[in-house]
Design a protein around this ligand. Structure first.
Ligand SMILES: CC(C)(COP(=O)(O)OP(=O)(O)OC[C@H]1O[C@@H](n2cnc3c(N)ncnc32)[C@H](O)[C@@H]1OP(=O)(O)O)[C@@H](O)C(=O)NCCC(=O)NCCS
Length: 183
């Protein structure tokens, strides 16, 4: 059957639009959290979803308590399990992928791999995390980086592809409670 007419594709796209196109654009953080609670595999306490973030196949995505998902973040659970820890700060327009394609495959077949983000990780704006990556506890991903390989705990990485640029000297004593008002 023509892909455009496939009922499965149409239902999946409608579902995506309802969750991300409508649900994650509603005013009030508490409303977006209630929408997210219906779809995510696991959500900890006091997770914040800024307006305009989006996700696919949230049934494969787990998020720990006090984690902050900023404006325009995209979370992909299509290719495997995406585990995001506690007190993780994900800045504006970050994208985290569990699915891609084998570039050498004759049929452009999809390829899925799990992604794990440890507690107290800070992913700065517009970074891209590729399938299969594990980011260790307390690590920092600098703005605009593309993370292609695992990142050690407390490492600071930056660039395309992301390389080691420093070590985070923090005891990670914080709980992420900042919220940008009720909206
Ligand atoms: C990670 C970050 C905080 C820098 O950390 P830092 O430890 O203070 O790093 P420094 O400025 O001392 O730079 C260390 C090295 O990394 C390089 N570097 C810094 N930021 C980089 C980036 N985004 N990409 C690539 N390289 C980077 C520097 O040029 C420097 O290289 P050098 O040693 O060859 O001179 C900063 O890059 C960053 O991403 N800020 C976040 C901005 C943002 O997204 N704000 C909105 C959300 S709060």
């Amino acid at each position: 059957m023509n892909e455009t007419l496939s009922p499965r594709n149409n239902v999946a796209t409608l579902w995506y639009w309802l969750q991300s196109g409508v649900g994650m654009r509603l005013p009030f953080g508490i409303v977006r959290l209630l929408v997210a609670k219906c779809f995510f595999r696991k959500l900890g306490r006091d997770v914040y979803f800024h307006f305009g973030c989006s996700f696919v196949k949230a049934a494969n995505i787990e998020i720990g308590s006090h984690t902050y998902i900023n404006h325009g973040v995209h979370l992909d659970g299509r290719g495997g399990r995406l585990r995001i820890g506690e007190n993780v700060d994900i800045a504006e327009e970050v994208t985290i992928w569990t699915l891609d394609h084998d570039p050498h495959d004759d049929f452009h077949s999809p390829r899925g791999r799990d992604v794990t983000i440890g507690d107290h990780v800070w992913i700065a704006s517009r970074a891209i995390i590729l399938p299969g990556v594990t980011i260790g506890r307390g690590a920092v991903v600098a703005a605009g980086s593309v993370v292609t390989k695992d990142v050690a705990p407390l490492a600071i990485v930056g660039g395309v592809p992301a390389k080691h640029i420093g070590v985070r000297r923090s005891a990670l004593k914080y709980t992420l409670t900042y919220r940008p008002g009720i909206f």
